[in-house]
Design a protein around this ligand. Structure first.
Ligand SMILES: [Zn+2]
Ligand SMILES: [Zn+2]
Length: 204
């Protein structure tokens, strides 16, 4: 036994408490190359291409994808800088409304109680004009059919009755509220929050 080997062996014994066994290496499962249709036997688990040429192509295309992703991000950030507060309110409202419709997907129209094919909106009980401070209030906005929302001005009498049936504090909704002045970062936060909540519903 060489000096070096004598040094190593007791160390392995100390670590595992058992004599080290030489486990024969299992050959790795064949893989399909990420670039061409070749199926190959990888030498290491990290190898994803059949040949150096394909590996080069793969690196090039992932670099290009990364660059495209970065330029899209830069474009989006530049565009975001030109957006006004009103634009952000609109975007946050869309994100919030999309979530409302998903939350109530299995419920009928809040006003007429009908289930039907066709378009549904997120209908505000107190409108965003009358009570802008309740525009993102989860108990003020419910899934509503387009007929009630657009043509019957929210069908508010029926809406009120059904909110009470749900146990919603209608008096609170109708009462006075502190005005809210959202900052742009707050609106961005609301948009992101309801986007995430929508994703959570879709994934559940
Ligand atoms: Zn290949
Ligand atoms: Zn309706």
């Amino acid at each position: 036994m060489s000096l070096a080997k004598r040094d190593i062996v007791p160390k392995i014994l100390a670590d595992s408490g058992r004599p080290a066994m030489r486990v024969p290496k299992k050959p790795l499962k064949p893989k399909k190359c990420r670039v061409c249709p070749t199926v190959f036997a990888p030498r290491t688990s990290l190898q994803i291409c059949c040949s150096p040429w394909c590996a080069g192509e793969y690196a090039k295309s992932s670099r290009e994808r990364k660059e495209a992703r970065e330029s899209r991000k830069e474009y989006r950030e530049a565009k975001d800088k030109t957006k006004s507060r009103a634009d952000w309110i609109k975007e946050a409202q869309k994100s919030f409304n999309d979530w409302v419709r998903a939350r109530d997907a299995l419920k009928p129209c809040i006003s007429c109680g009908r289930y039907h094919q066709g378009q549904y909106h997120a209908g505000h009980y107190r409108t965003t004009k009358a009570a802008p401070e309740l525009r993102f209030c989860e108990i003020n906005v419910w899934k509503q059919c387009s007929v009630c929302n657009n043509h019957l001005s929210g069908n508010i009498l029926e809406y009120r009755i059904n909110l009470i049936k749900k146990g919603i504090d209608v008096d609170w909704l109708e009462g006075p509220h502190e005005p809210k002045k959202y900052t742009i970062p707050e609106l961005q936060g609301i948009k992101a929050l309801y986007k995430q909540k929508l994703k959570d519903i879709k994934n559940s």
